[in-house]
Design a protein around this ligand. Structure first.
Ligand code: 48H
Length: 257
């Protein structure tokens, strides 16, 4: 079988640009491919919504891979176990109310499931800014992560989205952009990002569900970013809250779309 390098290059370039072109105008654009962003994308795409996720890093999965302090296991509570069952990510009961999963299987399983239902995921792309029209977030400003890393002066490109989800984890980067650059108030006490509080797993896992919602017109927040925005505590390497948070935002968006 002859193998032609030119054809390999053409195949990759044509296919990638097709994927990118089809993601320029979507129902939901999610920033961050951690567990909350990927599960949010999964449920949206399963409901036939056009979803794209942009991830700054080479690898998707965010904080899942390292488990707790590099012990590559994660803990889940029973309410969230059903989500992993649906995705065929295996869990093991540790004791009543506590399940374990292999963090590598969890990260790769979430990614596989999201892609298989139709989420478009772009790694190595950073979201640097948002677009706002009539006081509503309506798109994202993108650049290659490598451009930012090399500190090159290269202008970005944009995409349009009916809704944007900030799933950027502890940093709550998109909420902070709104705070810094727009005159819009966030739906928090005082209208600003309140900042994450110290560890309290039990409280954090409940509060995060409440905090996973629209924070200004067109922009939702899920995962760790939700507790950062609303001043909720952190919870350590228990990941049920991330999954339930991403699913809740997806369900709300499905209603609105
Ligand atoms: C593109 C970006 C940008 C940007 C960030 O941190 P994550 O895993 O986020 P969650 O909320 O899904 O999960 C949080 C969990 O991993 C965690 O940290 C927990 C449970 N901590 C508890 C504790 O006590 O510490 O993923 C966010 C992703 C990452 O992959 C980032 O690279 C990416 O978002 N990202 N991608 N453009 N501007 N900012």
């Amino acid at each position: 079988m002859p193998l032609e390098e030119l054809i390999i290059s053409q195949a990759i370039i044509k296919s990638y640009y097709q994927k990118l072109l089809s993601s320029l105008d979507v129902d939901v654009a999610i920033v961050g491919a951690g567990p909350s962003g990927m599960i949010c994308g999964y449920y949206l795409a399963k409901a036939k919504k056009r979803v794209v996720i942009f991830e700054r890093k080479l690898s998707v999965g965010g904080g899942i891979w390292g488990g707790g302090m590099m012990f590559n296991e994660i803990v889940l509570q029973p309410e969230a176990k059903g989500i992993f069952d649906e995705l065929r990510i295996r869990t093991r009961k540790y004791q009543d109310e506590y399940y374990l999963a292999d963090s590598l299987e969890a990260a790769s399983g979430l990614c596989f499931a999201a892609l298989q239902v139709g989420v478009k995921i772009f790694n190595l792309i950073s979201v640097d800014d948002v677009m706002i029209r009539r006081s509503c977030v309506c798109g994202l400003v993108l650049n290659w992560s490598a451009v930012n890393m090399a500190n090159l002066h290269i202008d970005p490109l944009t995409i349009k989205a009916r809704f944007v989800v900030d799933a950027t984890g502890h940093a709550a980067e998109i909420a902070r952009i709104i705070e810094r650059k727009s005159k819009m108030d966030l739906k928090t006490d005082g209208g600003r990002v309140l900042g994450e509080q110290s560890m309290w797993a039990e409280a954090a896992e409940d509060i995060i569900i409440e905090n996973s919602r629209e924070i200004c017109s067109g922009l939702y927040v899920c995962g760790m970013a939700a507790n950062a925005v609303f001043g909720g505590p952190r919870m350590g390497p228990i990941f049920g809250g991330m999954l339930l948070s991403g699913r809740k935002v997806a369900q709300e968006l499905i209603q609105r779309l």
